[in-house]
Design a protein around this ligand. Structure first.
Ligand code: HAM
Length: 419
């Protein structure tokens, strides 16, 4: 009786070779675009102390309440598979004394994250993000630079139909005062609101902005908006960010009701969506989190960053077919014995040492089958070993030459120089 098969857990997926090639393109573009702006790569552990996320992402968020993979290790510590990258990078900033480096410290990452969410297209339980964190400056130019870099990255990766929404949340105090004002406004118009919105006035008054219910929509058209309640410095900061985005020619929509699913934001917040995606249209988002490092026991340290989902980038970008990179040399056999096998291995190593991509026959095909395999791999040169003699075929010209084994690789290299 055969054993039952074991499948990958729900909400996870294997990255197969063609997909891996497309991901390498994301990594290459990220390194180029972010590297040119002074960002350097950082990677943090896949799990952290649970307290790190509780304190920063926020006790009342969906992430902390329902989505974390939390477990106790054999030593009795509560650990959590990272649901996001900002808190871990800030922990690392403090732990490694990066405040002593010239500020801001600009970091980027490309890592996998874990959230127990309802799995669907573009929403997994293990997913990848490319992200940046720029720590140690409250300059609005850093907010604008950060947003422009994400726009450039998405553009360079061919993400289609991108839209940017921005807002400002001000300080936690501004937000708390605004929340009370909005709650009072909703209570004053309670009889016109949908039952659902009414039930959530205490818990989540901002939800009322998303309602489809006609009465609620009418009420919300006259509701107070958070960006109108920003204090002088915050309002000026936001105005400068917007002016810099205008200067950069980046189109955006002001969305005074933009809320993010993490508690650590202050001042600027933004989100990029792609109309090429379905329900999960958020391709990347971020903002300023000036209070986070202090929450982790560090000195007051302003910072801004974003993260974009790699799977969503790939879903929203034009599908380019990816093939295997072409092999330059295919090595086959007319006679298959230990001596010719040893020679094939030696020639394959020699070719690779000189930088040529080389593969040898490994499946016991007939000479005709080997020739076909060489074509499938797109080989430019085919070597056939007959005993210890070697025939070199140039597949472009069809020319065949018999050569001494030691002369073969130099002949290919010479041929490549000439072509
Ligand atoms: P976030 O908005 O929670 O922000 O996630 C950023 C991006 O990750 C989303 O826009 C989406 O593309 C992708 N993403 C999130 N959850 C999933 C999922 N379950 N499946 C697939 N993709 C997903 C953050 O994580 C913040 N740490 C961003 C940030 C950095 N803010 C400041 N610095």
């Amino acid at each position: 009786m055969s054993s039952p098969r074991i499948q990958a857990p729900r909400g996870t997926h294997d990255v197969l070779p063609d997909d891996a090639t497309r991901r390498e393109a994301v990594e290459d573009v990220a390194r180029r675009v972010l590297g040119a702006a002074g960002y350097r790569r950082i990677e943090t552990p896949a799990f952290e102390a649970t307290e790190l996320f509780r304190r920063t992402v926020g006790e009342s968020t969906d992430i902390v309440q329902k989505e974390m993979y939390t477990f106790e290790d054999a030593g009795g510590r509560s650990l959590t598979l990272r649901p996001e990258g900002t808190a871990p990078v800030c922990r690392a900033y403090l732990e490694h004394g990066m405040h002593k480096l010239p500020q801001p410290v600009k970091l980027w990452y490309l890592s996998s994250f874990f959230r127990y969410e309802r799995a669907q297209a573009g929403r997994q339980r293990q997913f990848w993000q490319v992200g940046t964190e720029a720590i140690g400056s409250d300059d609005p130019a850093l907010d604008a630079e950060s947003i422009v870099l994400l726009a450039e990255l998405l553009d360079a990766l061919g993400v289609r139909d991108v839209r940017l929404r921005i807002s400002s949340l001000g300080t936690p105090q501004t937000r708390a005062a605004y929340r009370e004002e909005l709650q009072a406004y909703l209570r004053a118009h309670e009889e016109r609101l949908s039952e659902e919105v009414r039930a959530r006035i205490d818990q989540n008054p901002l939800r009322a902005f998303d309602a489809d219910h006609p009465g609620t929509r009418e009420v919300m058209a006259g509701a107070p908006l958070l960006p109108d309640r920003l204090d002088g410095d915050d309002a000026e900061h936001f105005a400068t960010v917007r002016a810099l985005l205008d200067d950069a020619g980046l189109a955006y929509e002001l969305d005074p009701t933009l809320v993010r699913g993490l508690d650590y934001y202050a001042r600027t917040v933004f989100e990029f969506t792609s109309d090429a995606l379905g329900a999960q249209s958020g391709v990347g988002g971020g903002g300023r989190y000036d209070g986070l490092i202090e929450q982790l026991g560090g000195p007051p340290t302003p910072a801004v960053g974003w993260a974009a989902g790699v799977e969503r980038i790939l879903l929203a970008s034009a599908q380019q077919p990816v093939g295997q990179p072409a092999v330059t040399v295919f090595i086959g056999f007319r006679t298959d014995h230990a001596g010719s096998r040893a020679l094939a291995s030696r020639l394959a190593h020699e070719a690779r040492r000189t930088g040529l991509a080389a593969q040898m026959e490994l499946a016991g095909r007939s000479p005709k089958g080997q020739r076909k395999q060489a074509d499938r791999l797109g080989a430019r040169y085919v070597l056939f070993i007959d005993d210890l003699d070697v025939t070199l075929e140039d597949t472009e010209s069809g020319e065949q030459t018999e050569l001494a084994p030691d002369a073969v690789i130099p002949a290919i290299l010479r041929g490549r120089q000439l072509s």
